[in-house]
Ligand binder design. Structure first.
Ligand SMILES: [Zn+2]
Ligand SMILES: [Zn+2]
Length: 532
């Protein structure tokens, strides 16, 4: 067979296509009982369909994305919005970030928030859903900038204590800093639980050390210590409650005991508890890939390896009440995501997968061009983009191929980690339709953007765009009555005049250069103590 080096629509050569086919057989061998999509045509390499090069044409400084396919509006700050209080059978998936680096104003980096019903009202606000919370809620990834979106969506820190990281790239975890440090002041009077992959096991080519400690436990340990000044400085405020019910390995169905990394008490808001996962596991032996299985809320989360940049990246599948969603994180085309989406021929309800621009288009956009460039600078930059895609991502054509291999199809596929704009989305639609002619834009396939909300039940998946205030303040806070005294305390009085331990905000400062409210010599007022 004559080998063609001509680039095909997926950005792969014929040789690569043959390799991919061979990998299908490899996937079967490794996976044992897994369905092996692509195995049937492993012997006969086919030409990839060519969509023509659909270069985005918009002026890169004038990119927009019109959400015309989403007529439904969600207002998470409006107590009269009937969609806030999840019904017993509802799962809500919210995109708080949806962008590949670098972060942009229209899109923060990755984070997907999943909540399941029924809605639990705050006892102090029994009729106002905006103070309430879902029965269980999960944060998948927590990239740069997403805390601004969580706040705008009125998602309290107390609802964000379970973080599942797909991998330890900064665009998937850098807002952990904010979430961790400001959580206790924002109402999370309980530890931060962080799931994620264990060490990669990749050998260091410049040993020693032979291996780096590059897993989630090390991340949490170092995060905790790096933020010591920040957490101590705020520890004149309460960070724990009386009677916190600590989770156990059994209670949450964890693969290890939930033990904090530092010296923080196990009920404290500044405690960080890593739940490290063996990224190689995918369910070959029963339950070897269960990350969380909570019988009280019915949420079960399993994990599987994906291929991204360095060993150790994982995807997650969340199952609840007969519904399922997958978030693959970042990955090259691979069979674990495909097989999890096939889900034993049951399919999944929502399949969330990354999608990338072709290297040439990515280079055009980053260099502010609206047609391909030329010359050595251009070639060098396109090669850079190619190396990133080849080690790490699924460009639009490859993503189309992945979807062609998933049968039955997910009820809804969401492409994410993508520079969403009208022209890039048009470009993606063309490539995906060639592989999946039944794709119905806006119905079974969409591209994510920040603050997009999916309401999922067995009968319908409804998409919403959210309306939130750009100049909003904090999410609503309900202060519990049973706070423990803070770490830096002094004797004081409660509202009934009882002698109690209260926070001591002056314990950690040097006041020798302070300008006092009243001049100590004359007693004259320098400034008012009520702040006005
Ligand atoms: Zn990544
Ligand atoms: Zn990423």
């Amino acid at each position: 067979m004559k080998e063609s080096k001509e680039k095909m629509s997926k950005g792969v050569t014929r040789r690569d296509a043959l390799k991919l086919s061979a990998m299908a057989l490899g996937g079967l061998a490794v996976g044992g009982a897994m369905n092996g999509p692509g195995a049937g045509d492993a012997q006969a390499a086919t030409e990839c369909p060519d969509p023509g090069h659909c270069y985005p044409t918009n002026d890169p400084t004038q990119q927009y994305y019109y959400y015309d396919h989403l007529p439904n509006v969600y207002r998470p700050n409006d107590p009269t919005d009937p969609k806030i209080a999840l019904r017993d059978d509802e799962m809500r998936i919210t995109f708080l970030g949806s962008m590949v680096p670098p972060v942009r104003r229209a899109q923060q980096e990755m984070s997907v928030f999943v909540e399941v019903g029924p809605w639990v009202y705050d006892p102090k606000h029994p009729t106002d859903p905006t103070y309430g919370r879902a029965t269980d809620s999960i944060v998948f990834d927590c990239g740069s900038g997403v805390c601004a979106n969580y706040g705008a969506m009125n998602i309290q820190y107390s609802r964000m204590n379970k973080i599942f990281l797909t991998h330890l790239h900064a665009d998937h975890m850098s807002d952990l800093t904010h979430l961790y440090c400001f959580g206790p002041g924002g109402g999370r009077y309980s530890p931060l639980y962080v799931w994620g992959p264990g060490p990669s096991g990749v050998k260091n080519p410049k040993a020693p050390p032979k291996y780096y400690d590059d897993g989630t436990k090390a991340l949490c340990r170092n995060l905790r210590e790096a933020l010591r000044w920040s957490t101590e400085s705020f520890s004149f405020q309460a960070s724990a409650c009386e009677g916190y019910e600590r989770p156990t390995r059994k209670k949450w169905g964890l693969p290890c005991n939930p033990v904090p990394v530092g010296d923080d008490p196990t009920d404290d808001g500044y405690a960080v508890v890593p739940i490290e996962l063996n990224w190689r596991h995918y369910g070959k032996s029963e339950r070897d890939n269960v990350a969380y299985d909570n019988p009280d809320t019915g949420v079960k989360i399993t994990h599987f390896p994906v291929i991204h940049c360095r060993k150790g990246s994982i995807g997650y599948k969340l199952e609840w009440n007969g519904l399922s969603m997958i978030f693959t994180g970042d990955t090259k085309p691979e069979y674990m995501s495909v097989n999890n989406a096939i889900n034993g021929n049951n399919g999944v309800d929502v399949f969330i997968h990354e999608m990338g621009l072709p290297p040439e288009v990515w280079a055009m956009k980053n260099l502010h061009l609206n047609k391909p460039g030329s010359g050595s600078q251009w070639d060098a930059y396109v090669n850079e983009m190619k190396s990133v895609i080849n080690s790490s991502h699924s460009p639009i054509g490859a993503f189309g191929y992945i979807l062609s291999q998933i049968n039955p199809k997910p009820r809804l596929t969401v492409a994410t980690h993508f520079q969403t704009a009208d022209d890039t989305v048009d470009c993606a639609k063309n490539s995906i339709l060639l592989h999946w002619p039944d794709m119905q834009w806006g119905r079974n396939f969409i591209v994510s953007f920040d603050l997009m909300v999916l309401n999922v039940t067995k009968t319908a998946i409804t998409q919403f765009q959210s309306k939130v205030p750009a100049f909003g303040f904090s999410p609503l806070i309900s202060v519990p009555d049973n706070l423990k005294p803070p770490k830096y305390w002094k004797w004081g009085q409660d509202s009934q005049g009882n002698r109690v331990k209260v926070g001591n905000p002056l314990a950690q400062i040097d006041r020798s250069t302070e300008i006092p409210e009243k001049d100590p010599a004359t007693g004259d007022c320098n400034y008012r103590d009520d702040g006005y």
